[in-house]
Design a protein around this ligand. Structure first.
Ligand code: ADP
Ligand code: MG
Length: 302
């Protein structure tokens, strides 16, 4: 019996050694194991994992960009490390990913509720400089940034205008710029927030609602695009604005409707016509923000 087991063990060792020697013919594998200060007898036991690590290293050598990363966990490199009498493998962040992480570290200061990734990366640097319509808005941003950084308060913008003119992008760029200076904010695609709240149970409802209501800077994106109900107007929008008005927290809006048009829209729910309630909401919006118009060609078609 013992001789059979010894024979099998021997046979396994021969096979392991054979596959190790085969792998060693590959350039990247050779380079990798040669760079490790680990005995061959130990290396042999990890041939297939080392092959995987060498393959990932080779992918990195031919890397063009993070978006086309071929590694198992994009942006990470499967890496061997010796630990006593074994080899441990871990996923190490690659330099490109590290650089990207540093570049977008400001995003930890922003909470997003259904904001497209492209918008989350908006920056003043990549701004279109084509339209004069943006100049007063940019001036307002400059003024806002200086005063907010000093006093932690200020009026937001109610930016209305045509679809795709860049309203969300501009405000996102402002929030990103401030986030780089440590200012925390929250960007909410308003119709989606309503859907989210509607499907949340009590505790998570209140927690989400509070995160939005109390955000130091808030963007309610695409207000007016929602299906207006008395609940959305009186239980969500009203209390958010009331709180922010009392606490003097800057609030920004984007909308396809002017303030005047929004008032009409909010006055007409599916169940009733309630002009007074809509008027009260608009009074709060006017308290916390300034109305600016941005009309231009639709940038989404580009
Ligand atoms: P809106 O909110 O007015 O409907 P968006 O802000 O979503 O429009 O902008 C539409 C598209 O144009 C987006 O894909 C955005 O990335 C791009 N865009 C808008 N404004 C700018 C800008 N100032 N600089 C660079 N890209 C922009
Ligand atoms: Mg928008």
């Amino acid at each position: 019996m013992k001789t059979i087991q010894t024979y099998i063990k021997k046979e396994n060792e021969i096979n392991l050694k054979k596959s190790y020697m085969e792998a060693y013919q590959q350039e990247e594998f050779k380079k990798l194991v040669d760079s490790l200060d680990i005995s061959e007898s130990l290396l042999i036991q990890y041939t297939s994992l080392l092959e995987e690590a060498a393959k990932e290293k080779e992918n990195c050598l031919h890397c063009k960009s993070l978006t086309s990363c071929k590694n198992k966990v994009p942006g990470y490199l499967y890496t061997p490390q010796q630990q006593k009498n074994r080899i441990a493998f871990s996923y190490e962040m690659c330099p490109k990913k590290k650089k990207q992480e540093e570049l977008y570290a400001y995003q930890k200061n922003i909470e997003y509720f259904h904001i497209p990734k492209q918008i989350a990366l908006a920056s003043f640097k990549d701004f279109y400089k084509d339209s004069k319509a943006r100049v007063p808005i940019l001036k307002y941003f400059e003024f806002f940034m200086t005063s907010y950084l000093k006093e932690k308060k200020g009026k937001g913008l109610y930016l209305c205008g045509s679809f795709g003119s860049g309203k969300t992008y501009m405000i996102a760029a402002l929030f990103n710029e401030l986030a780089k200076k440590g200012v925390q904010s929250c960007m909410v695609y308003y119709p989606e927030l309503l859907r989210l709240l509607k499907s949340s149970f009590k505790d998570s409802y209140e927690e989400k609602f509070d995160r939005v209501r109390k955000a130091p800077l808030l963007l309610l994106d695409d207000i007016g695009a929602e299906n207006v109900t008395s609940w959305s107007r009186d239980e969500v929008l009203g209390p958010i604005l009331q709180y922010r008005m009392e606490e003097e927290l800057p609030t920004f809006f984007t909308s396809n409707f002017t303030m005047e048009e929004l008032e009409k829209l909010l006055g007409q729910t599916t169940s009733a016509i309630e002009k007074v309630k809509a008027k009260r909401i608009l009074e709060r919006i006017k308290q916390v923000s300034e109305e600016y118009v941005l009309n231009s060609k639709n940038r989404r078609e580009e």
